[in-house]
Design a binder for this molecule. Structure first.
Ligand code: PHB
Length: 159
């Protein structure tokens, strides 16, 4: 998967800059959402995950959020957690199953967000070929970092 930094297009800038839960935003626009887990596995870091964390491998979760009513794909998301040692406070995120991880994050009091980086993503699992707009940012908890990437699969003026 590859990230090309670029400022967000106007029709997605609100979504890309949003500091509240994207899951809740998606529910407001599309109704109830369902998490489809694509993979949860040890894997290699992307280039930007490697530069941000200084780690080449980690635990990866990739999902698609779909509208429950018609299955429309809304959001593609990837979580990268380096070095899952037993003290790592992100370990519980590896056990949430079909709960939207984005939403779980907002219940953690001691999780701190880094700046948002926007741009186009290519080579998403199950969506190869086409580039999609999205964002990534680091999160930090008790000195441990993780990287969350969120890519928008709907387009046009959904805001
Ligand atoms: C996830 O379940 O992995 C997930 C859900 C919603 C997000 C990000 C990640 O915004």
């Amino acid at each position: 998967m590859n990230w090309q930094p670029a400022p967000p297009p106007p029709e997605l800038s609100e979504w890309i800059q949003a500091e509240d839960s994207l899951t809740q935003r998606l529910r407001r626009y599309f109704g109830e959402v369902a998490v489809e887990i694509l993979r949860e596995t040890p894997a290699c870091a992307t280039d930007y995950e490697r530069s941000a964390t200084g780690t080449t491998t980690g635990w990866v979760r990739e999902v698609i959020l779909r509208a429950q009513t018609n299955g429309q794909p809304l959001l593609w998301a990837r979580t990268f957690i380096p070095a899952l040692d037993k003290d790592n406070p992100w370990v519980p995120l590896t056990k949430i199953g079909a709960k939207p991880l984005g939403e779980v994050l907002f219940t953690l009091q001691d999780a701190h967000r880094g700046p948002i980086y926007s741009g186009q993503f290519r080579g998403l699992k199950n969506f190869r070929g086409t580039p999609y707009w999205g964002r990534w940012r680091s999160w930090r908890r008790q000195g441990y970092m993780m990287i969350l990437t969120e890519v928008f699969l709907f387009h046009g003026r959904s805001t």
